[in-house]
Ligand binder design. Structure first.
Ligand SMILES: Nc1ncnc2c1ncn2[C@@H]1O[C@H](COP(=O)(O)OP(=O)(O)OP(=O)(O)O)[C@@H](O)[C@H]1O
Ligand SMILES: CC(C)(CO)[C@@H](O)C(=O)NCCC(=O)O
Length: 387
């Protein structure tokens, strides 16, 4: 965990330049990018009415739109999350659709090549980008496609994007899991997030950042941990030989972590009553794996499940500590670690409720990993659009 003291790195958004100081709308195409440690997220705003005419600019714009919207896969590793697409959205007074696209950050070179082929370099001179990659790849963008990256802070973008998306999807964006431990009764329930403050925002990407949010402009990064989504995927690949996040999650869904972890009941023979520790609680993650006999019996699926449970419980327990310390009841989990990952979401839901005696709620958002990129898309709008 990064060393931090109290309300470290407290940032007031005004001080950090929420306003882009621009009074005119930028020329199209409109993009926002979040270049993270594992995944690059790209959001594209497609206007309902395209510019008319046959100039070279209009032709390129139409080609870009056609390429992005007619496909849902780009090359071997680019994907458009069509289920997240937002139609009939107003942005800068223009009606259109927001498209959500992702590809591994490791494929950045190929992306830049493609951007060149599609003629983007001829149209775009500046792209708003956030995430560590906005710094790391700044020179590559300049050299390969002659584009300047307008760097935006990742947490400021995350929060701005989250509030915008929730405002545009007030009834369906935010949800929680009821009865998270009951396979039959468990269900997603929509949550009204229109009065959200204060809330804790736990961004589970490659690493984990935890923000305490008091208002759209008053927030601070209160904690973090390097044991995040990247750790889950990295350890799973090492332990099971899998190669993708989807494979890791599929394996985990079939596994049993109790073949790997040492539980309280493995130590006590039952509950540890005096201090309220139930027998089924994990006492020691991977604690059975010192035994050769047990190692010989364990499956890839069990190892994947135990890795998922270990990482998720650790994140949950840090989040609970942060929320308790600040007397915050709403804890919102975002980031692509939660993608196609109901096991982690239900574990977090159960942990928050159980360890807070029903006081805290784990909340989730449909556009889980895209808020930073959306925040960047908004950043290109004139100042008046941002308020
Ligand atoms: N298709 C995928 N490929 C790789 N990782 C995935 C995929 N889908 C979900 N994940 C999970 O999401 C995590 C990355 O999440 P996210 O995109 O939110 O973070 P990031 O921006 O790359 O990281 P950071 O913010 O720490 O720089 C991965 O570590 C992995 O656990
Ligand atoms: C470095 C960032 C902020 C990049 O998004 C993220 O991966 C993170 O918060 N990692 C955890 C760092 C720590 O607090 O130990």
């Amino acid at each position: 965990m990064a060393e931090q003291t109290g309300e470290s790195s407290s940032i007031k958004a005004e001080e950090n330049g929420v306003s882009n100081g621009v009074d005119e709308y930028p020329s199209m195409p409109w993009f926002g990018m979040d270049i993270g440690g594992t995944l690059c997220k790209l959001v594209y705003f497609e206007p309902k009415d395209m510019m008319q005419g046959e100039t070279e600019e209009v032709e390129i714009l139409k080609n870009i739109r056609k390429y992005l919207t007619k496909n849902s896969s780009y090359g071997k590793s680019g994907h458009r999350d069509t289920h997240l697409q937002m139609d009939n959205v107003q942005l800068g007074g223009v009606l259109g659709t927001i498209h959500f696209i992702r590809f591994p950050t490791s494929q950045m070179e190929k992306f830049l090549c493609l951007a060149n082929q599609k003629g983007m370099a001829k149209l775009i001179t500046t792209v708003c980008a956030t995430g560590g990659g906005a710094y790391k790849f700044e020179e590559d963008f300049k050299k390969s496609v002659n584009m300047k990256l307008e760097k935006c802070d990742e947490f400021e973008s995350l929060l701005r994007g989250l509030l915008y998306i929730d405002k545009n999807n007030p009834t369906t964006e935010c949800y929680y899991w009821c009865n998270p431990t009951d396979e039959i009764k468990c269900a997603k329930v929509n949550y009204d997030f229109s009065q959200p403050y204060p809330f804790l925002l736990v961004n589970v990407g490659s690493g984990v950042s935890i923000l305490a949010v008091n208002s759209p402009t008053d927030y601070s990064r209160v904690s973090g941990t390097s044991l995040g989504g990247g750790t889950f995927l990295g350890l799973c690949c090492l332990l099971t030989g899998c190669n993708t996040f989807e494979e890791a999650i599929e394996l985990a869904a079939e596994g049993d972590h109790t073949n790997v972890d040492k539980l309280v009941k493995d130590i006590y023979g039952g509950d540890y009553v005096k201090f309220g520790l139930p027998g089924d609680l994990v006492a020691s993650s991977f604690g059975q794996m010192n035994s050769r006999e047990r190692r010989n019996k364990v499956s890839k699926q069990d190892l994947a499940r135990a890795t998922l449970v270990t990482i998720t419980n650790n994140i949950g327990s840090i989040a609970i500590m942060c929320a308790k310390q600040r007397k915050i009841e709403r804890v919102v989990f975002v980031g692509n670690f939660l993608r196609v990952n109901p096991i982690a979401m239900k574990l977090l839901a159960y942990a928050m409720e159980y360890w807070s005696g029903g006081q805290m709620k784990a909340l989730f958002l449909k556009h889980e990993g895209y808020f930073g990129a959306v925040g960047c898309l908004l950043r290109i709008m004139p100042t008046s659009e941002l308020t």
